[in-house]
Write a protein that binds this ligand. Structure first.
Ligand code: HEC
Length: 135
């Protein structure tokens, strides 16, 4: 797929479930940012931690996989953006927020890369849920 520059990505909205809302450029930028900022906890391929449902000795949950194998795909784009901006503290978690380090565009790029790892069926279910929730 060749995505043209300067064309804003199509974000899912009512009645419109596009194949993928992001461009190849966003995926590439997101991968770079993820490697720099997120991989230390979530793993370089976003597959850590396989045993994400088990809290540690302090009662904190480990960083979950973001690659579609855990429950990240239950979250809307809005919730994913807020999680990355604010971190896990509002939900009693330990992930740091990135609002002061990443712009909205950069956050969307990271989400694009994460979603590019999701199997097609997982993405399709997410896309359908999000189209519905916008109606
Ligand atoms: C210091 C370790 C750490 C870093 C760095 C980190 N995370 Fe997390 N992340 C966590 C933990 C731990 C959780 C589980 C919730 C909590 O405890 O806050 C989490 C949860 C999440 C979730 C929610 C997943 C779900 O299925 O509900 C998303 C999305 C996420 N992280 C994305 C990112 C992105 C994107 C970055 C980089 C910009 C990042 N994280 C950097 C530790 C980290």
């Amino acid at each position: 797929m060749v995505a043209s520059e300067n064309v804003p990505p199509v974000v899912p909205s009512a009645g419109d479930c596009p194949a993928r809302w992001y461009s190849d450029e966003q995926v590439a930028e997101g991968k770079r940012l993820f490697t720099a900022l997120c991989a230390e906890c979530h793993g370089k391929d976003a597959a850590a931690t396989p045993d994400w449902r088990r809290p540690d000795a302090n009662g904190n949950y480990p960083p979950p996989p973001l690659n579609g194998s855990a429950h990240t795909w239950h979250h809307s784009l809005e919730v994913l953006r807020e999680t990355i901006q604010n971190g896990g503290a509002p939900l009693g978690g330990v992930m740091p927020g990135f609002a002061d380090r990443l712009s909205m565009q950069e956050i969307d790029a990271v989400i694009a890369w994460i979603q590019s790892l999701w199997p097609e069926e997982v993405y399709r279910v997410w896309s359908r849920m999000n189209c519905k929730s916008d109606e």
